[in-house]
Write a protein that binds this ligand. Sequence first.
Ligand SMILES: Cc1cc2nc3c(=O)[nH]c(=O)nc-3n(C[C@H](O)[C@H](O)[C@H](O)COP(=O)(O)O)c2cc1C
Length: 413
Amino acid sequence: MSTFGSYYRVTTFGESHCSSVGAIIDGCPPGLQLTPEDIQTQLSRRRPGQSDLTTPRNEKDLVHIQSGTEHGVTLGTPIGLLVKNEDHRPKDYTETDLYPRPSHADYTYLEKYGVKASSGGGRSSARETIGRVAAGAIAERFLKIAYGIEIVAFVTSVGKIHLPANVAPPALVPSPEDEDEVEDSLSPEFQKLLSTITREEVDKYPSRCPHQETHERMTKRIMRAKDANDSIGGTVTCVIRNVPSGLGEPVFDKFEAKLGHAMLSIPATKAFEIGSGFKGTEVPGSKHNDPFVLKDDGKLGTSSNWSGGVQGGITNGEDIYFRIGFKSPATITQEQKTAQYDGTPGTLAARGRHDPCVVPRAVPIVEAMAALVVIDMVLAQNARKGAAALLPAITTLPLTMVMPPKEKLVQQQ
Ligand SMILES: Cc1cc2nc3c(=O)[nH]c(=O)nc-3n(C[C@H](O)[C@H](O)[C@H](O)COP(=O)(O)O)c2cc1C
C-alpha cells in the first residue's frame, strides 16, 4: 500500500519520471505553525547531486504546500505536499526496454501489475521517498515542540569500513574469545555519541559518517565503486531522544515492529536491528539485562540500554537506537551477464544517473520514517489517555496493580 500510519496517515504518490511526487497527510494536529522552510531543510538533505558521492541527477526538490495550512498554521485538514520532477531523462533507460535490471524492481513490478512505468524505477525509485521526508519533517516539528523529541541518523558503515569499535553500535564490536566475557558494546563513547550527536555534526561530512578518519576511508571506498562503474552498500544508525515512556501498541504494533516495518519499507533496505540486535544473542542475560535505577528526574530508568529504549514493544523513556542495512544499489554501469524479459541471455550495461552508495542520502529518509512511527504512536497513546481521563478515578485498586507513588520509589533507593 502507499499509505503508512493509522492516526497520522501519510499517502505518497509519484514515480521517478512523472511530473511530480509528494504526499497527502491526514491527521496532522491542527494549530501547528508550519512554513515550507520547515520541510525544505530535510528535502534538501535528501536531494540528489549533493556531492560526488551521490547521483548527479539535478533536482532542486522544492516543496509546494497545496492545502491544509493557512497563515502558516495547520488546519487539521489533509495537507497536500508537491515536489516537481524536473531533471528526468527517460531516454537514459532505453537499454532496459529489453532487460529487467538485476536486483532492481523492474521484473517484480511487471509480474505483479502486468504493466510498469516505461522508464526508470517508476514507483520503486527513491524519488518516492520525497513524500515520506516531507511528511516526516512535519511530524518531527510537532514532536519537537510537544516533547522535545530529537531524531538523528548517521552512517555507521560503507562496505567493510565501519566506525571504530569504541564508537560503533553493539553489532560492530568484535566478540572476545571467552564466551561469557562481555565486550564493552555500549561503550561510553558510543553512548555519548548517541546522546549528543546532531544533524549539523553529521552534515559536516559528505559521507554523513561523523568520524573524520572513517569518513575519509568511506569516501575513498564509494569513489572506488563509482570509478569501477560499480556500487557499494552500508549501514545507517539512528537515535531518537526524549521519547516519553508508554509508546507502542502491543501486540502486533509493538514499537519495534512498527519501526522495523517503517525502515524495511525504504528502498534498498535488507536488515534492521534495534538495541543490542543480533549481538544480544551472544551476551548472557545476567549481563544483557538493563537494571533499573532512579533517574535525576525522579522517574525510573535503566543504567544500561541494551534494549534500545523499548521493552515489551513499549518505549521505556531511554534513547531508542537502531541500525538499518542498505544493499549496494542495483543499477551499475558495468556490463553484467543476465537475460532479457523473453529469456534471451545477454549483457546489460545500464545507463542513467545513479547513486554509487545510497547511505549518505538515506539518512534523512530514516529520520523521516522514525518520525512517522513516533507521531503515530504519540497520537494513539494520547487518544487512549484522553479517553481514560474522562472516566472517574478508581482508588480502590490493590497496590500490585498500579504504579506506587513517587515518594515510595525514593524511599526504596
Ligand atoms: C536514497 C536512495 C537512493 C537510491 N538510488 C538508487 C540508484 O541510483 N540506483 C539504483 O539502482 N537503486 C537506487 N536505490 C535503491 C532502489 O530504489 C531499490 O533498490 C529498488 O527499488 C529495488 O527495491 P529493493 O532494493 O527495496 O528490493 C536508492 C535507494 C535509496 C534509499
